[in-house]
Ligand binder design. Structure first.
Ligand SMILES: *Cc1c(COP(=O)(O)O)cnc(C)c1O
Length: 445
């Protein structure tokens, strides 16, 4: 391996000192680690000055591009005032303002915000809070959780317990609590001749049967609304969410909506659940909440849940904390992110952008090796037929050679390639992404 470039030096140091996530480190004997020196807009630049279009928003977190001037300015301003203070017994303007604004975005329905540091901790908080609500309400037997087949809610032990991605879960199964999985409304799995809404209804019937039998021991159903990300961008009809809400109400089970990926406009509405005109009991947010700048998560809930904890007794209160809960810098980045949604009318602007992406990818969608081309809001995905067991890695490498950051998801459903770009992707960048992806397909054929 060459050692003369700045890239090689940093990647060698990284290979030695950094244990990278979701990675078999031995693969980095041949697969390069890309040392990123700086980033601007949709582009990442490595230490040798090569560029990569960040078509996956740096693991689904970035909304408005890298080095966004307004978020940068807000953070610099916040740094002059308060970087952090513990949130037990203390508070500060950014966390209060963020809670008020997030609550307003739910129409005031979810008026209480509990903060964590990342997506997985939000899942843990929602699960614990749901269980504790039932316990405080005289139903201590409601300890079970249900999730969808193929679901992903994070990788700490509690979150992994309600996830259903074999690669992440199987090894750690002996450490996990049992949870039940019901069929996913993923329309790729619909029987021939069955429409997406019909398929959603059939899956809702399976949920109904499960709840009918198990509701007395079930605290909550947790779902990724409209798009199950790690399952391979599995998309489904909003009808399922309407049915799930009605069933949870009928059987006295909470509905936890995990919008860690789908929140903040990713599916075309500010929250994905809006497309089903429902309100969850718990809403988990993270990833895009800070525009992709800083780790922050929040679980939002209804007043009725909050009131069940409000008591003289300490142990009826919610017993959970993270050191960096409600970090002022992260909250300020989140406020700047919400400002941009208003200033740029992002949800409306994204509609035009989505149409241009769909038009630009027409040839790709019709490619003989591509199947199930689909999109929801600002997410596009398709399957590529391949017999290569290392397809994902090979595609990733080919993409880098084409100045693209693309990271396919390989699993039961096949090899899913997806685009989840920052909302600020330009028309020229859209054309670039579509054309280069076609090139890669030809090269890998
Ligand atoms: C990423 C993700 C999580 C976990 O978030 P982390 O910050 O990676 O812990 C949970 N749920 C969904 C739907 C996600 O996409």
């Amino acid at each position: 391996m060459q050692t003369s470039t700045r890239n090689s030096v940093l990647l060698e140091r990284s290979r030695t000192a950094v244990w990278h996530p979701c990675t078999q480190m031995k693969q980095h004997e041949t697969l390069p680690i890309i040392p990123i020196a700086r980033a601007q807009g949709c582009w990442l630049y490595d230490c040798d000055g090569k560029r990569y279009l960040d078509a996956v928003s740096s693991w689904w977190v970035n909304l408005f591009g890298h080095a966004e001037p307004r978020i940068n300015a807000a953070l610099v301003d916040q740094l002059q005032q308060l970087e952090h203070v513990m949130l037990a017994g203390f508070t500060h303007e950014p966390v209060v303002a963020l809670s008020e604004r997030l609550s307003a975005l739910t129409g005031g329905a979810l008026g209480h915000c509990f903060y964590g540091s990342d997506g997985a901790s939000a899942t843990e908080i929602a699960l614990k809070m749901s269980f504790h609500y039932w316990r405080n309400s005289g139903k201590p037997d409601k300890t079970g959780f249900i999730s969808l087949a193929g679901s992903y809610h994070g990788e700490t032990l509690g979150a992994l317990s309600v996830s259903d991605v074999a690669l992440f879960k199987d090894t750690y199964a002996p450490l996990l609590r049992h949870s039940a999985q019901v069929p996913s409304p993923d329309w790729r799995k619909a029987a021939a001749g069955i429409s997406a809404p019909e398929h959603a209804l059939r899956c809702a019937q399976a949920l109904d049967s499960h709840l009918e039998q198990h509701h007395e021991k079930t605290a909550a159903l947790i779902v990724e609304p409209l798009v199950q990300g790690a399952a391979g961008m599995a998309m489904y009809d909003a009808e399922y969410l309407r049915q799930a809400r009605a069933l949870c109400d009928r059987y006295g089970v909470h509905l936890i909506v995990d919008e860690i990926m789908t929140g903040f406009g990713r599916t075309g509405t500010f929250f994905a659940y809006e497309q089903a005109a429902i309100t969850p009991d718990f809403l988990c947010l993270s990833k895009g909440i800070t525009g992709g700048y800083l780790p922050l998560s929040v679980v939002m809930t209804r007043d009725a849940v909050y009131q069940a904890f409000y008591d003289e007794s300490v142990t009826r209160g919610f017993l959970h904390s993270h050191s960096y809960t409600g970090n002022a810098l992260a909250c300020r980045a989140a406020l700047a992110t919400l400002d941009i949604f208003e200033q740029d009318d992002t949800i409306a602007a994204n509609r035009g952008k989505a149409q241009r992406m769909t038009a630009a990818t027409r040839e790709l969608a019709a490619h003989p090796r591509v199947s199930h081309f689909r999109s929801t809001g600002m997410i596009w995905a398709f399957e590529i037929g391949s017999t290569d067991p290392a397809f994902g890695r090979h595609f990733f490498e080919a993409a880098l050679a084409h100045e693209l950051l693309l990271r396919p998801i390989s699993g039961n459903a096949g090899n899913t390639v997806y685009f989840m770009p920052p909302y600020t992707i330009s028309d020229a960048e859209i054309e670039f992404l579509a054309a280069r992806t076609l090139d890669i397909l030809e090269k890998l054929s």
